[in-house]
Design a protein around this ligand. Structure first.
Ligand SMILES: Cc1ncc(COP(=O)(O)O)c(C=O)c1O
Length: 388
């Protein structure tokens, strides 16, 4: 099977990630905070070590501002629900993932916030003019997708972040598709919170995510309460960070995998990883863009984008195309709306969606050539005979 669905979750993981996790499962023990008050378990030390690695990765000083979560969705729920207050106005773009849209619609329905969705162009870039128009005196939070999981478009975050700050609001960046391929230094991007999925470009296990809390954020409520191993005598959630947000036994193998994933990225270099994925994207683009029956979506390769390519073939339902690729050609891609109905409305592919191809660091040139051949063969097939 050729795996080309790295935007969903990366596969395979680097060998060192697998080894580190297996080693941990065979030799690791304990749960952070669940030892005596004066001694650290092996798990405590390991979690702290990975937290420190992550502070470097995001260019921040304080480990307590790194919160381990169970997915990007979990981190978005914390960043959004922990931050907004009654009466706040929140702005998002029209290419956000459901993991941003649904928590906000939930808060809107409950009467907690008001929400404005700012349009994007057909490539997936936010309309900045409309963004600034959408601001009201009550606007307190902007949530922005760094790179679209449908079109690959990368937003000009630093410019937007600086302006959001000038207007007295805060910026939460959904970096699910960029962590591991674009630098994410918090101050350089002028963002106040960064959300990542640990299991995509950071090469961690599924069941991992991160919320990175910037220095301008002083108050963030927990939205999940429970045992933290600390202050067990208290009936109330601890106030100290990050324990306040990390109730329940942590996903230690996942955190170990993230530490190894970050180390792998640093060894390879983010730019080199991005370049490799981009070469695959360029190859796909140049192979398809002149094929009459193939419609490509998103920015051309020379524009700001990541290696996530959506396409459709005239006469084919995206789900059928993905099925054929899987069953006849042993190639795994993703079809449909990719949890981003707003993005598909924006690019005109709602409700059928697209077939999304997302190469990763471990894909070879042969993988890409196989996919190109397969798609071209399908595009050359007369659909009418398929009906009989
Ligand atoms: C842009 C974006 N945001 C959020 C998510 C949610 O990630 P997770 O599955 O880790 O919750 C995804 C996953 O596909 C995504 O692409």
């Amino acid at each position: 099977m050729i795996y080309l669905d790295n935007a969903a979750t990366s596969y395979p993981k680097p060998e060192m990630v697998n080894e580190r996790v297996i080693h941990w499962l065979e030799t690791g023990s304990g749960s952070p905070g669940r030892s005596t008050p004066t001694s650290l378990t092996k798990a405590d030390s390991r979690v702290l070590q990975v937290r420190k690695q992550l502070t470097n990765f995001f260019g921040i000083r304080d480990e307590y501002r790194i919160v381990f979560t169970y997915s990007a969705t979990d981190a978005l729920n914390l960043g959004i629900k922990g931050f907004v207050e009654l009466g706040d106005h929140v702005i998002i773009s029209a290419i956000e993932h459901n993991s941003v849209l649904r928590p906000l619609r939930h808060l809107e329905q409950a009467g907690t916030i008001s929400l404005t969705i700012v349009p994007c162009d057909s490539l997936g870039y936010i309309d900045q003019h409309k963004l600034w128009e959408a601001f009201t005196p009550k606007t307190r939070l902007v949530v922005l997708n760094h790179a679209s999981n449908v079109t690959g478009a990368v937003q000009p975050v630093a410019d937007i972040g600086e302006e959001v700050r000038k207007r007295g609001a805060y910026l939460l960046l959904d970096a699910a598709q960029t962590a591991g391929v674009l630098p994410l230094k918090m101050d350089e991007l002028y963002v106040d919170m960064i959300v990542c999925a640990g299991h995509k470009g950071l090469f961690g296990l599924p069941g991992t995510g991160l919320l990175v809390i910037g220095s301008r954020i002083e108050k963030l409520l927990s939205y999940r309460q429970g045992g933290t191993g600390y202050n067990s005598e208290s009936e109330y959630q601890p106030v100290n960070w990050p324990e306040k947000y990390e109730a329940g036994t942590m996903n230690i193998p996942g955190i170990v995998s993230l530490g190894a994933g970050i180390e792998f990225i640093e060894q390879q270099g983010i730019e080199q990883i991005a370049q490799r994925e981009h070469q695959h994207l360029e190859r796909l683009w140049e192979s398809f863009f002149q094929v009459p029956k193939i419609q490509l979506y998103g920015p051309e390769p020379h524009m700001p984008r990541v290696a996530v390519l959506s396409l459709n073939i005239e006469g084919w339902e995206p789900d059928d195309l993905a099925d054929i690729l899987q069953h006849n050609y042993k190639i795994q891609v993703r079809s449909g709306l990719q949890c981003s109905p707003l993005a598909h409305k924006t690019i005109g592919t709602h409700p059928e969606g697209t077939v999304r191809i997302s190469p990763g660091f471990f894909n070879t040139d042969d993988d890409i050539e196989n996919l190109v051949d397969a798609i071209k063969k399908v595009a050359a097939t007369q659909v009418d005979w398929m009906l009989f």
